[in-house]
Write a protein that binds this ligand. Structure first.
Ligand SMILES: Cc1cc2nc3c(=O)[nH]c(=O)nc-3n(C[C@H](O)[C@H](O)[C@H](O)COP(=O)(O)OP(=O)(O)OC[C@H]3O[C@@H](n4cnc5c(N)ncnc54)[C@H](O)[C@@H]3O)c2cc1C
Length: 412
């Protein structure tokens, strides 16, 4: 088997993996990021780039270049609940550089980070390279076995970071104990055409028996139709035309567009999970992002948390990695720092699953906005609270890992 040596091997080229790789490489650490797909072009990733992520980009000197890419900005968020349009979040007062949320297809965001990474001599991204297992020596993880286009490859590293998402191969290989918090919903994911004069909307529609979200992506809307877990089969049984008409009854503007759903192949079922590892690390291995704690799409905060984990991990580990192997205490410190914010956010997602989504999906009588949501619409000051929670999470991580390449021509 071919072999490659690096300081830090990161499995997974999603938001957590690419951001952790970028910050560590910028601190002068040799990093190899493994991504099993040939590109970032998968549409089930979520498109939200939060003010906390924009803050990290600002602190890394990348914000200006990032905002040159096509995107949509939201300073406020609204939802259509039971037919009433209610304002729920106002980002304009956040204590961050960017006081707005950006919607950008995640492949554009990841391509941007990968291109910035490629400018760093210590950053290596290997596409089409899948982490298949861990190598260990005396109870310590020492590397990752992979399958790559040129055959099996062993990547030896002082530290392996598992950022391979909610179906993480590496967390299974490490036999970490998973707490399944339960998710009562799944998502049907589809594209419907968008016209140039349509409003720029990331709009949640919630009513009796439905939750339907539309995210603007240029020429089309990425749509999420939420169903109770296991609820796709009964919908399929009623036929595609019934499903199209269901969408039109929720969002009349889709009337002449639902024919874009030509067959059930155009409707993808995405399984939602909400879980958390009891311990995110073992000697030589650390899990971050969804690999450590799978997030539900509720609130569009999973990417936010994945990036915040990446910043916290890179801040803590850049120093130890520059000297050699990080100690167990360093890995434990990353979990200790991120566990509280993750637990709080997952608690909120559970609350929304159980108090808003499940009642809405099973309701047969008109569903109205809960009083707390109505209050948000009425009192502008209160809308700053959801903006903080969604936009920044429960602990905003600032980039403190050093820039070893500062002053280099072309840096930042
Ligand atoms: C339907 C749905 C919609 C969502 N929408 C949003 C949203 O709008 N906003 C939001 O913030 N969150 C959203 N989320 C949650 C969000 O997708 C995750 O929380 C976030 O993507 C986690 O980032 P990550 O980097 O940890 O993992 P991922 O984004 O899952 O990235 C993992 C990466 O690792 C790669 N990989 C996997 N296994 C291997 C392997 N063995 N070897 C090499 N590479 C591997 C994968 O190809 C992938 O690129 C949504 C979730 C769902 C289910």
């Amino acid at each position: 088997m071919q072999a490659l040596k690096t300081r830090c091997c990161i499995a997974g080229g999603g938001p957590a993996g690419v951001m952790a790789g970028y910050i560590l490489a910028r601190a002068g650490i040799d990093v190899v990021v493994l991504e099993k797909h040939a590109d970032f072009l998968r549409d089930f990733r979520g498109d939200t780039v939060h003010p906390s992520t924009l803050q990290a980009l600002y602190e890394l000197g990348l914000l200006e270049r990032f905002l040159e890419r096509p995107h949509t900005k939201f300073t406020e968020l609204s939802a259509n609940i039971g037919g009433d349009l209610v304002r729920v979040a106002d980002f304009r007062h956040l204590p961050t550089q960017a006081k707005f949320l950006v919607i950008m297809p995640q492949w554009d965001f990841l391509n941007f980070l990968a291109e910035e990474g490629a400018r760093l001599p210590t950053f290596k991204l290997m596409m089409e390279t899948e982490a298949t297992g861990l190598t260990q020596d005396g109870g310590r993880v020492t590397g990752v076995t992979t399958s790559s286009p040129s055959g099996p490859l062993l990547v030896e590293a002082e530290l392996v970071i598992a950022a391979d998402g909610r179906t993480s191969t590496l967390r299974q290989q490490a036999r970490f104990k998973v707490h399944d918090l339960g998710a009562p919903i799944d998502v049907l994911w589809m594209r419907l055409p968008r016209r140039a004069d349509d409003p720029n909307a990331a709009l949640g529609n919630i009513g009796a028996g439905y939750v339907f979200v539309t995210i603007e992506r240029g020429e089309y809307f990425q749509c999420a139709y939420v169903v109770p877990k296991g609820g796709f089969e009964p919908i399929r049984a009623q036929g595609l035309e019934a499903f199209r008409q269901r969408i039109v009854s929720i969002a009349p503007m889709m009337k002449n567009r639902v024919k874009a759903l030509e067959s059930w192949d155009d409707v993808k079922l995405l399984s939602v999970s909400l879980d958390r590892l009891e311990q995110w690390w073992k000697p030589g291995l650390l899990c971050i992002g969804d690999a450590a704690h799978a997030m539900s799409p509720v609130g569009g905060v999973g990417i936010n948390l994945a990036i915040q984990d990446a910043v916290a991990a890179a801040n803590r580990l850049a120093g130890p990695l520059s000297r050699g192997k990080p100690a167990d205490a360093d890995l434990a410190a990353v979990q200790a720092r991120r566990l509280g914010p993750v637990r709080a956010m997952q608690g909120l997602q559970l609350l929304v699953h159980n108090r808003i989504l499940s009642p809405a999906l099973t309701s047969e009588t008109p569903f109205k906005a809960p009083w707390i949501v109505k209050l948000l619409d009425k009192i502008a000051l209160l809308r700053r609270i959801p903006a903080r929670v969604v936009g920044l999470g429960f602990r905003l991580e600032h980039v403190t890992a050093p820039d070893a390449l500062a002053g280099r021509a072309g840096s930042s």
